[in-house]
Design a protein around this ligand. Sequence first.
Ligand SMILES: C=C(OP(=O)(O)O)C(=O)O
Ligand SMILES: [Mg+2]
Length: 401
Amino acid sequence: MTLITDIRLRRILDSRGNPTVEADVVTESGGFGRAAAPSGASTGEYEAVERPPSEAIAAAREHAVPRLVGEVYAGNQRDVDAALHAADGTDDFSEIGANSAVAISMAAAKAGADVLGAPLFQHLGGTFRGNNFPIPLGNVVGGGEHAADATDIQEFLAAPVGAPSVEDAVFANAAVHAAVSDLLSERGVPCGKGDEGAWAPSIDDGDAFEIVDEAVSMVEDEVGFEIKFGLDVAGAELYDADSGTYEYSDQSRDTDEQIAYIADLVEEYDLVYVEDPLDEDDYDAFADLTDEVGDQTLICGDDLFVTNTDRLVEGIDRDAANSILIKPNQIGTLSDAFDAIELATENGYDSVVSHRSGETEDATIAHLAVATDAPYIKTGAVGGERTAKLNELIRIADDAT
Ligand SMILES: C=C(OP(=O)(O)O)C(=O)O
Ligand SMILES: [Mg+2]
């Protein structure tokens, strides 16, 4: 019944106005799934390869579609994803493109769920998944590769850790985003938004810490539950391999200074989450920082792990972190993303399911986070391509998908 009978691929727009790949998967009994690939700007060096969409589509039509249509059942996600790997034939999806692969993988999952008449999270997670919902990490101030002339640290993320429900958490993050805007206006700082909808003011990181800290406290008082905040430092983007230093607008820090700086920030602002505080090749420095503050906060590997189990195994062996960012397009299929989450969970690592800076209305990651009982999801605070996921989380919690 879930035999795949048709796959259509097309170029659509992403949130940056760039083309990306959308896939439709149709099954024998009329099941239908549609999904689109997101796209990063501060991409990790070891991510699966995103090809220009026209090339990725042509290659997938030639190599992947014939191996799937009439051959594979959409309900058998492992078979779908194995066929994508076989069609590609490389280690990094450089033949059909991770963008084609992930769009087809996610669309097939949706078609499989459609045939069953089940919501996607239930198809992926099964009926015996836990009852938890992920806490959304909401990007409220940002810079780095996501906005010109803004903060050095890429993302300041509100974390409503005490929210009694997904809905309360989502609205709290939007309220922090609004409070940041008020505080910036009070200071006479004009500003637009970065790629993920976070405010992108031309202020230094010290001012951003003050403003986010105050905004979080204001909203905490209003809503009556605990809200903390965290960071995506995107350390690899700051790191200069030639000099071995992290280059901030106002100063350079060597690796030991960077570790001390981040550890101080964790203390001073009681940060609950720190993503990519160090360069993507520096497992040792990650391990030193995790040793220092890993009992107080999540040290999360994004560019470090790129959702790749080989890199995660190395991180686990070296105690490099205590959590992993999960971006399905970094690795190319849902099965690979599931493997990374499973390995993380087995080893006491938390998984944080994440959007990309270039996004579409696709809400698959909301279902993935719920299906796998991920404790956190990072998917922005405002903006249509971000609220697509946040609102889907609210619907999932309301049993309305
Ligand atoms: C979401 C992120 O940005 P991008 O998609 O640009 O890698 C990130 O670095 O976590
Ligand atoms: Mg990141």
